[in-house]
Design a protein around this ligand. Structure first.
Ligand code: 13P
Length: 347
């Protein structure tokens, strides 16, 4: 058994403990700059630092967030007063997570499909991140639904990389978040999304098992089973919750420490509502694992749009971030309703 066995188990359980979820703030510099550009924020290292300081210093965010996923640039940064972000997180009781893949790249000879890279040198990087205080990590694979895709080859390649990553994480004391994202983009139906998600998860867990990954020391970060953004027939929130739990029950071992969904382009309110229905009866008691969130856009977007890079907007932006974290915490306990959205921020 690994020297880290007990620590890994404790960390995995803490990441998905009741009423808490994970904040993804691990956008690569490229992705972060794209989001800044859209709302007119200058794209510089200092702006990215300043934005991440705003997020991490939001008062009491640790009540709703068990952990936050950082990017390599961010884990090395500090507040403008010189306090390392890792210390800010420890003081808020927020577990430090780190994105370790180096991005989804075009899969040669498979048009329209991607494979995630980042295994080279990963063991050394994980050991450095552990020393910096990180206790969990993330690797995102991307599966696209389209004409004749995904191919089983693409799913296999991504599942293999995810499993190699997860095994290395457990060897080095970090809980792996395993994230196979089936993209919401396209005009596919919820049934098509169900089939692809099911096929993907089966393949991923087969590979994880072959790589001897211990399921009780990992967290799965799936996409929800949902209608494509351009599908004329949009499934209702309850249907999304039902199809998603049905799919996960068929393909995710009961031993997995927890499920923490990505938001994937859903609006903040949709992401909260879907999570709410999954944590309400009759679905809740069908789930052998805790089901919570690991959202980026569905937590950050209102705050980012309000901040606009202006110091004078920081307080208001923090209120909006706090509100979204709280809404998702409430949803993860099956207590969300649209009325709750009207409660004063930061209460
Ligand atoms: P979204 O919630 O914005 O989809 O991001 C989650 C994430 O971490 C993607 O890797």
């Amino acid at each position: 058994m690994s020297a880290y066995a007990q620590e890994l188990k404790n960390t995995a359980q803490a990441m998905v403990s009741n009423g808490q979820g994970i904040l993804a703030m691990d956008e690569s510099n490229g992705t972060c700059n794209k989001r800044f550009d859209k709302v007119g924020i200058p794209t510089s290292e200092e702006m990215r630092r300043s934005y991440r300081e705003l997020i991490l210093t939001t008062p009491n965010v640790g009540n709703y967030i068990s952990g936050a996923i950082l990017y390599d640039e961010t884990i090395r940064q500090s507040t403008k007063d010189g306090k390392p972000f890792t210390q800010v997180m420890k003081d808020q009781d927020v577990i430090i997570g780190i994105k370790v893949d180096t991005g989804a790249k075009d899969l040669a000879k498979f048009p329209g499909e991607k494979v995630t890279e980042g295994l080279t040198g990963l063991r050394d990087r994980l050991s450095e991140y552990y020393k910096m205080g990180a206790r969990f990590s993330k690797w995102r694979a991307v599966i696209t639904i389209g004409d004749g895709i995904p191919t089983q080859f693409c799913i296999d390649a991504n599942a293999h990389a995810l499993a190699r990553y997860a095994a290395l994480c457990q060897e080095n004391g970090l809980v792996p978040i395993v994230e196979p994202e089936v993209l919401i983009n396209g005009d596919h139906t919820i049934e098509q999304c169900y089939d692809v998600t099911n096929q993907t998860l089966w393949t991923v867990f087969d590979q994880l098992h072959r790589h001897r990954v211990e399921f009780d020391k990992m967290v799965l970060k799936p996409s929800m089973v949902i209608s494509g953004l351009d599908c004329p027939q949009q499934a209702s929130p309850k249907q999304v919750a039902e199809w998603t739990i049905k799919c996960l029950r068929k393909s995710v071992p009961a031993d997995v420490a927890g499920i923490a969904f990505l938001s994937g382009g859903q609006t903040p309110e949709q992401a909260a509502e879907h999570l709410h229905w999954m944590n309400s009866e009759p679905l809740k008691s069908q789930c052998p694992w805790p089901v919570t969130f690991s959202y980026a856009r569905a937590i950050q977007q209102p705050a980012l749009e309000n901040w606009k890079g202006q110091e004078s907007n920081a307080g208001e932006a923090q209120k909006l971030l706090h509100h979204r974290a709280k809404m998702n915490s409430v949803a993860s306990q099956g207590q969300y309703s649209s009325d709750k959205e009207k409660e004063p921020a930061m209460a």
